[in-house]
Design a protein around this ligand. Structure first.
Ligand code: NAD
Length: 292
């Protein structure tokens, strides 16, 4: 049975850009009140203004999901504004130009581990810790969507991969724990392949005390990864909305990555070893339109 959240309230982190913005647009178009939360205040203001001009019920709240007290303050402000929260998307995330892929594991700076795990993993954990007691207590149906990645299922190297594997595990645990108490809240984990967003320019939001935004992500890296020709965030938002109303746990918008996921499981079950990412094959398949 489809669940109806159209009169409810959603909170989306990382909502000033990319997928988070697409989720906010979709939820608002479905009639929900939407709290857009982000660390990048100018982009947040512009996004909220645009949605207000379309007469959507939205509010923008600045948050740094790396900080527990900031996420708790987001919860309090969201409840003050709209009342009970029904949908929570722990979506804010970053990649670093100093991470695995460009460096060997033992050469990644501590500031990069702290920043990437701080936003991608702890941000999701703080979201769960801050919002779940409220969502469980109000007793109305609800749903949590955590943004992991295909990189959270296949073998990879570096802080991004570790953080996204962590989000997958956290989400599975959340789902099972909610089921074990027969809660009216459920959960999903989103594991996209490549999506056309500003993610590869994430260094723009690295705080000074985590090494600062010293190294903007190179344009050629963005081009190499083919993000600009990747899946439209609105397409991902549709799949997320469907998963929320139909209560589907694993959201894998890119079937083109299924073989890589299967290969990883096969390698584990054959007591073998991990395979390196084949960037040439990925580029070829992207050109052939197999990854969108
Ligand atoms: N784009 C892809 O190909 C892809 C693939 C798999 C997973 N993801 C994941 O999707 C999520 C959304 O990223 P996107 O691709 O839309 O990128 P994006 O850069 O367009 O959007 C991410 C948003 O998160 C915000 N943010 C960064 N640090 C924050 C912090 N400390 N507190 C609050 N907000 C913060 C940014 O300001 C930005 O608005 C991320 O978790 C990312 O890891 C992206």
């Amino acid at each position: 049975m489809m669940r109806d959240f159209s009169n409810g309230t959603a909170v989306v982190t990382g909502a000033a850009s990319g997928m988070g913005l697409a989720f906010a647009e979709r939820f608002a178009a479905e009639g929900m009140n939407v709290v857009l939360a982000d660390i990048e205040t100018d982009a947040l203001r512009a996004a909220v203004l645009r949605l207000e001009q379309q007469e959507r019920n939205v509010v923008g709240i600045e948050v740094n999901t790396m900080r527990r007290e900031s996420v708790e303050s987001l919860r309090d402000q969201a409840i003050d504004r709209f009342g009970n929260i029904h949908v929570l998307c722990n979506n804010a995330g970053v990649v670093s130009s100093e991470d695995g892929g460009s460096r060997d594991l033992w050469e990644i700076p501590d500031s990069t581990w702290d920043w990437v795990l701080g936003v991608n993993f702890y941000g999701v954990l703080y979201g769960i810790q801050a919002f779940l007691p409220h969502m469980i207590e109000h007793g109305e149906p609800g749903h949590v969507v955590n943004t992991s990645s295909v990189g959270g299922i296949i073998a990879g190297s570096g802080a991004y991969s570790v953080s996204k594997h962590g989000v997958l595990s956290l989400s599975e645990g959340l789902y099972l724990d909610l089921r074990s108490i027969d809660s009216s809240i459920s959960a999903s984990v989103l594991c996209p392949g490549l999506v056309n967003t500003n993610l590869l320019n994430a260094e723009r939001n690295r705080p000074d005390h985590f090494g600062g935004p010293a190294q903007p992500t190179q344009e050629d890296y963005a081009a190499e990864m083919g993000l600009h020709a990747a899946m439209d965030p609105g397409n991902v938002a549709s799949q997320v909305w469907d998963a929320i109303v139909n209560d589907t746990f694993y959201i894998l918008p890119h079937p083109g990555f299924d073989e890589m996921v299967k290969d990883r499981v096969d390698r584990i079950l054959s007591r073998g070893a991990p395979a390196p990412l084949d960037f040439e094959d990925l580029a070829r398949r992207r050109e052939a339109g197999e990854l969108v």
